[in-house]
Design a protein around this ligand. Structure first.
Ligand code: NAG
Length: 272
């Protein structure tokens, strides 16, 4: 039996965040850059408003895998389903709301159940929602990885997330940085060392780090990990987990998109 001690950002902090937007910076560490308007058009901000009249606010990052399908971290909306009145996505290119969602949403676990697929792991914080209206033609969706994890070890990849720096909607932008993909054993050893107990990385996950560090914050779940512009991972958590814990050897944890590609491709092709 394996033990997941890696902390996944499964608790939605949306309602705590609401009162502390100043801390909602995307990523932390060194050499973090702001994307220009032509970069990462497929990374969207998922926004909700709690009342019809109020302006929507950013809750988490999502990735367009087609012009109507957004991959995101399931936990981001699960507690909120009945609470919001408006749900929109916004892309950096136009800096305006693209579409109202969600007429429809499916999680990986629901899809496996429908298809009678036995899940290798129970914890799959990944879901897709369909926009009511396709995004503009000039917004190209992300390419879905079919690259096996072991091909990625040691490579320099991009970690990205929406940044919400203050209350002003228009100041939302994307931050990104470069990190290296660790092998499973490098990752397990480093994490075990930090935590003082044996840790095993599930094969559905990728682990990244860099010196000087670039680290995910809890608000960054659902943002992508990219290799040459290909969507290879969904930001999932860190080791050790708490945002407050500073450790120079802290690691980023991502769900490996290669593992979920059948899910994404099936929904993209058959649920339009
Ligand atoms: C990763 O690639 C970027 C862009 O080419 C470069 O600026 C950065 O120094 C590289 N980082 C590492 C750790 O190799």
């Amino acid at each position: 039996m394996y033990l997941v001690i890696f902390c996944l950002f499964l608790h939605s902090l949306i309602f705590c965040d609401q009162f502390d937007f100043s801390n909602a910076k995307a990523l932390h560490g060194y050499n973090i850059q702001h994307a220009s308007v032509n970069e990462f058009p497929f990374i969207v901000s998922i926004q909700i408003s709690l009342q019809k009249e109020s302006a929507p606010f950013h809750i988490c990052t999502g990735v367009l895998v087609s012009r109507i399908h957004v991959v995101f971290a399931e936990h981001c909306l699960e507690e909120q389903q009945y609470k919001y009145s408006v749900l929109v996505v916004k892309s950096i290119k136009s800096q305006k709301r693209l579409s109202h969602a969600t007429c429809w949403m499916i999680t990986y676990n629901q899809w496996c159940k429908q298809k009678s697929i036995t899940m290798q792991y129970q914890t799959n914080d990944i879901a897709i929602f369909k926009l009511a209206q396709a995004v503009d033609n000039h917004v190209n969706p992300a390419l879905i990885s079919n690259i096996p994890n072991n091909f990625l070890y040691g490579l320099n990849v991009t970690i990205a997330s929406w940044d919400k720096t203050n209350y002003n909607e228009d100041s939302i932008t994307i931050n990104y940085g470069y990190v290296t993909v660790l092998t499973d054993s490098e990752c397990e050893n480093q994490c075990s060392e930090i935590l003082g107990e044996k840790v095993t990385l599930p094969t559905i996950m990728l682990c990244t780090a860099v010196k000087p560090y670039v680290l995910l914050n809890i608000e960054d779940s659902g943002g992508p990990l990219l290799y040459n512009g290909v969507f290879i991972g969904l930001n999932a958590g860190s080791c050790p987990c708490e945002d407050a814990v500073y450790h120079p050897r802290k690691l980023n944890i991502h769900f490996s998109i290669n593992y979920y590609k059948n899910f994404i491709i099936d929904i993209k092709e058959n649920c339009i």
